[in-house]
Design a protein around this ligand. Structure first.
Ligand SMILES: [Mg+2]
Length: 357
């Protein structure tokens, strides 16, 4: 059978942030993403969303762009739907490409992504992630602002020197606020006393307290504190999830579509964690609207029991590229719906483009 003529376009977009996002490993002021447009009768969209520099992972926008340039012709040539085998590594490129392939498939079939996932369209609670600041006053002002907007929990970034005091001050003002910390791997077992102190504040979890590969250390911390330990950077693959399970390094897993190489892998990890009794939630980079919408659908799966990091687009960007914009309702919930890419905005923020046929 002659297939429809298919093509792929890559769009490198750069959207300014309202304010720089600071975590323990650095700061970013613009959001870079590579949108993947896959046309095969129907058009599907995906988003590859590595952080600028090597802020979060070894992959950068530049390395991801090069990987997509290698993978796109192979997808078109072989009509491939499983992008995992095309190249080694490159989870962000795979997330973008597989996102576009799956989006084209569901649009062609006329079904929503939650249905493709075998899920139900329940409202998804949204939590806000707040970066590092120079003063606790600035932090408290942000917490107050975002709590008033309805977010269902607050996560603050911590690093040595910025941990117990900010948490204590937030707790003083908001005794019952669902609150958690994310260290982005900034600590080690020698800091155990800090986590024992933080353990007094009734936090939902300690996200990625230690280094990505320090699974033994995280297991020891998990045994020493009441607060659940959550794996984020460590949970980069199914193999790492198995090690986390074997060692007892975490009882909660933050699953990021981008980090694990796409929505199929994210679903597999959700299922495996559920079977093993680990609770999950959906994290972000954060991404633009294409990947955010995908993440909300994923977050409807039953074992995503904690609020997602997906926030309103307006929290980060004045100009996201999708319609309708991603937005929480007054009670702090997101809806798994359909979005469209706004071509005018795409062109406005686009820095580079590549086409493959
Ligand atoms: Mg994190």
């Amino acid at each position: 059978m002659m297939g429809a003529v298919s093509s792929i376009s890559l769009h490198w977009v750069q959207v300014p942030l309202h304010e720089p996002f600071r975590i323990s490993s650095g700061a970013v002021a613009v959001k870079i993403a590579i949108l993947v447009e896959y046309r095969n009768g129907v058009t599907g969209w995906g988003e590859a969303s590595p952080m600028a520099g090597a802020f979060y992972s070894a992959e950068t926008p530049e390395s991801t762009w090069r990987a997509l340039e290698r993978m796109a012709p192979a997808v078109l040539r072989d009509d491939a739907t499983d992008v995992d085998r095309l190249v080694e590594g490159e989870p962000f490129a795979k997330a973008g490409l597989s996102g576009a392939l799956v989006d084209r498939e569901i649009r062609a079939r006329g079904i929503p992504l939650w249905q493709w996932l075998g899920s139900e369209p329940r409202p998804v609670p949204s939590g806000v992630a707040i970066g590092l600041y120079d003063t606790v006053e600035e932090l408290l002002e942000r917490v107050e602002r975002f709590v008033a907007q309805g977010y269902r929990r607050v996560k603050i970034k911590i690093q040595p020197g910025w941990d117990v005091e900010p948490v204590r001050r937030i707790r003083e003002k908001f005794p019952h606020l669902p609150l958690m910390t994310d260290a982005n791997a900034a600590y080690a077992l020698r800091h155990l006393d800090i986590f024992r102190e933080l353990d007094r504040f009734g936090l939902m979890m300690f996200e990625q307290p230690f280094g990505r590969h320090d699974l033994e250390g995280m297991a020891e911390l998990a045994r020493a504190v009441r607060t659940p330990v959550c794996a984020d950077e460590s949970a980069e693959s199914m193999a790492m999830l198995e090690r986390i399970l074997a060692l007892g390094s975490a009882s909660i897993v933050n699953i990021k579509i981008q980090r694990v190489g796409g929505i199929r892998n994210a679903k597999r990890m959700h299922d495996r964690a559920q079977q093993a009794g680990l609770r999950c939630w959906v994290g972000t980079m954060p991404e633009l609207g294409v990947a955010s919408a995908e993440a909300i659908h994923l977050a409807t799966l039953p074992n995503f029991v904690y609020p997602t990091d997906v926030e309103s687009s307006s929290r980060w960007y004045s100009g996201d590229i999708v319609e309708p914009a991603i937005a929480i309702d007054g009670a702090g919930f997101l809806r798994a719906g359909a979005i469209e890419v706004n071509r005018e905005k795409l062109e406005k923020y686009r820095m580079r483009r590549a086409d493959f046929e």
